[in-house]
Design a protein around this ligand. Sequence first.
Ligand code: C5P
Length: 239
Amino acid sequence: MTASPIFCAVDTPTIDAARSLASRLTGLVGGLKLGLEFFLANGPDGYRALAGQDLPIFLDLKLHDIPNTVAGAVRSVTALNPAFVTIHASGGPAMMKAAAEAARETADKLGAPRPRLLGVTVMTSLDSGDLGAVGQDPDMAAQVDRLAELSRESGLDGIVCSPHEIERLRRRIGEGFTLMVPGIRPRWAAANDQKRVLTPSEAMALGADHLVIGRPITAATDPAEAARRIADELSESHS
Ligand code: C5P
């Protein structure tokens, strides 16, 4: 069986709830996404409690600071051995380069795998007016493309992007640059607050590498069953 592309978003501040979910999902998803809510409540100890469950971790910290500080944060976080870490591409090329170098050097020193660094381009909560208000290009697609290309030129491994950006970004950036995609909904799941969604199979067919799926799994009566159903749908669409 090929590795699952799915990272399940564990949006809870509670270690026990996260651990119980993780143990039910082992073997059914490709990893877990932990965000600031969990990490700021539980720190590295909470992280280790989940990392012991044999599921790779995507640590969604959205780092953004001066290059020296972000490099230090990446050094600290590399010691935890996450599969992916996010940083804001709008922090600029020097910050992203410092982060990439810190990840490489620290992993080499520890003899551990390097975390893959993903750029966050434009938050999907922002619209064109918001971009203009902070002095950025109000042409949303142009701003996303610019930050995606800057991420790649600065040595990051990929970006987080929304479902409707997959096709365009894959065409512009080519292969070998990771597209991690939230906003994914199986047909049978509620959209919740996600506005423009694609199904897992649609997103993969357009060129996504990994999918972030939260509530369709975490809020299901039986999360393992929901994860299995998604995995089955993905493998059917490949056959
Ligand atoms: O529950 P749901 O599948 O909507 O969760 C999606 C996860 O992806 C959440 O952790 C959310 O914060 C994150 N995310 C998102 N849209 C973005 C970036 C991140 O939904 N543009």
